[in-house]
Design a protein around this ligand. Structure first.
Ligand SMILES: Cc1cc2nc3c(=O)[nH]c(=O)nc-3n(C[C@H](O)[C@H](O)[C@H](O)COP(=O)(O)OP(=O)(O)OC[C@H]3O[C@@H](n4cnc5c(N)ncnc54)[C@H](O)[C@@H]3O)c2cc1C
Length: 477
């Protein structure tokens, strides 16, 4: 397993193809190093005995210890540990741990490459296994590039006026393919070793060029990572806190005639499998959300409870209602992930697949409640999160004492603690940090409508109608 230093050293040697603040920069740019803090934590904790139960697993290929984010789930226990690990790490960072996407893509590919070989006699699974060995041996970080730019939402990929609206093959060669298109919303692509690209939706029989899945180094010729810092949490040095270490860079990842060699192609033209891969990745990712969303919920609930305590409103009935509501959301989502793990099943590849209904209802419940959780924090915290004087004023010798005096509530609690708690609430409710978490909480892993589609597509609604007919005494029709 790598250390975070080895990870950063490798990044610094990659070809600069990241555009940020109007310039093309290398992966040693301070904003990129800061954003990679969450990923660095996943290396550090894997090497920390206190966390190794969650952060490490035994490779079913090599029998060696590997980072759990690079593991292919072999049992319900593996799925449970991944979920637990995700919640713990999100708690430590105060937000998204970012490394789940590589794990979820690799697990999706493990299932679908095998299914494709069984149906079409292809050899994708063998190719992919070789890649898996390389991925585990080198403890790689992969970004998942699923969401295409998608153009006009009324039209299918092959119906778009501009064919690049969905990633597709533009040239076929003896030794590989050339692809063009873009993937929007590519979290952590600028600090990933590799990109794993695959379809985002069901494909028609005529859409063979869009049924393409592959992995390439993130600095491959023709790849442009057009990046934006999702948020930065500004604080004077003495007022920094664990959550201000969190960063995130999002990328619009452009593939401009990128060559992909045969050994890195895991699907090429099998349209029905393209749609199944899209769903399989989404399933693993929504199962991960059943760990990370409760982890983020813990942050919002904890902040709400702490502010209520500091304000002296914690024993009031409406505060108790609010807290019970927030706890119920986080724990129901977590429970859905547990249910999805324990009722999981084995794919022909031997990979453990989460239960579709439970993972999707969990993710759906989380997304539907995101704004609601913020509303509760806003209710309990009052107006101060929007008006709190910032740390330069807190530190100013002329007026700092006024800031401390008038932002405190209870005399038995240090003034600085009040200020720190309110700064956290302010960053959640009014800052880029909180806004990014909010939008990711609604759309990451698929917009709410996508969970509805997955649920209705798999649920035994006919069985429920049959039950109603039986109870109503309806025979026939
Ligand atoms: C912060 C963040 C990080 C992300 N990171 C990644 C990442 O690393 N990798 C990755 O692959 N993806 C990532 N995603 C992408 C995420 O999965 C997409 O945002 C999501 O699938 C929605 O796609 P969209 O943003 O293109 O919205 P749209 O497709 O434009 O959807 C917006 C709305 O349009 C409607 N709509 C669209 N299509 C349909 C349809 N077919 N049927 C009915 N209604 C429809 C729905 O109301 C939907 O909510 C990330 C998203 C966010 C917000």
């Amino acid at each position: 397993m790598r250390t975070s230093k080895e990870y950063l050293d490798k990044l610094s040697k990659m070809r600069p193809n990241i555009y940020i603040d109007g310039k093309c920069v290398g992966r040693d740019h301070p904003k990129i190093i800061h954003a990679s803090n969450a990923i660095q934590l996943t290396f550090d904790k894997a090497n920390d005995p206190e966390f190794s139960k969650w952060l490490t697993a035994t490779s079913h290929r090599s029998g060696k210890p590997i980072n759990r984010f690079n593991h292919i789930h072999q049992s319900p226990e593996d799925l449970l540990l991944k979920q637990e690990m995700t919640r713990k790490l999100c708690n430590l960072m105060g937000g998204c741990i970012q490394r789940c996407m590589g794990a979820d893509s690799m697990n999706g590919l493990s299932v679908i490459t095998k299914n494709c070989d069984l149906k079409y006699g292809t050899d994708y699974h063998e190719r992919w296994l070789k890649y898996l060995d390389y991925f585990q041996e080198n403890d790689l970080i992969c970004a998942a590039s699923q969401t295409d730019s998608k153009g006009d939402r009324r039209k299918r990929p092959a119906e778009q006026e501009d064919p690049d609206m969905y990633l597709h093959v533009v040239e076929r060669r003896e030794d590989g393919v050339v692809v063009s298109g873009a993937k929007l919303h590519n979290t952590m692509a600028p600090y990933a070793d590799e990109l794993i690209a695959f379809p985002t939706r069901a494909l028609g029989k005529n859409e063979t060029d869009y049924a393409i899945a592959f992995a390439i180094p993130a600095d491959t010729e023709g790849v442009y990572l057009i990046s934006r810092q999702a948020f930065s949490i500004e604080r004077e040095e003495n007022m920094k806190a664990p959550y201000t270490e969190l960063g995130d860079i999002e990328s619009m990842t452009v593939f401009d005639r990128v060559f992909v060699p045969n050994e890195r192609i895991f699907l090429n033209g099998e349209t029905d499998m393209g749609g199944q891969l899209a769903l399989m990745f989404a399933l693993y990712h929504r199962h991960s959300y059943c760990g990370c969303k409760p982890g983020v919920g813990d942050v919002i609930t904890g902040t709400t409870a702490l502010i209520a305590e500091y304000n002296g409103t914690d024993k009031m009935d409406h505060t108790k209602d609010v807290l019970a509501d927030m706890i119920s959301v986080a724990e129901l989502v977590y429970a859905a992930g547990i249910a999805s793990s324990v009722t999981s099943s084995k794919a022909p590849s031997g990979t453990q697949v989460p239960n579709v209904i439970y993972a999707n209802v969990g993710r759906r419940h989380a997304g539907h409640n995101m704004y609601h959780e913020y509303e509760h924090l806003c209710d309990i915290a009052g107006g101060l999160p929007a008006t709190l004087p910032l740390t330069p004023e807190y530190n100013n010798p002329d007026i700092g004492d006024f800031v401390r005096k008038y932002t405190k509530r209870r005399v038995d609690i240090p003034e600085e603690n009040h200020y720190r708690a309110y700064h956290l609430a302010s960053d959640i409710l009014t800052g880029e940090f909180g806004a990014a978490i909010l939008i990711a909480g609604v759309h990451g892993g698929g917009s709410p409508i996508m969970e509805d589609i997955a649920i209705l597509g798999s649920y035994d609604l006919q069985g429920k109608k049959k039950l109603a007919k039986y109870l109503a005494g309806i025979n026939g029709d």
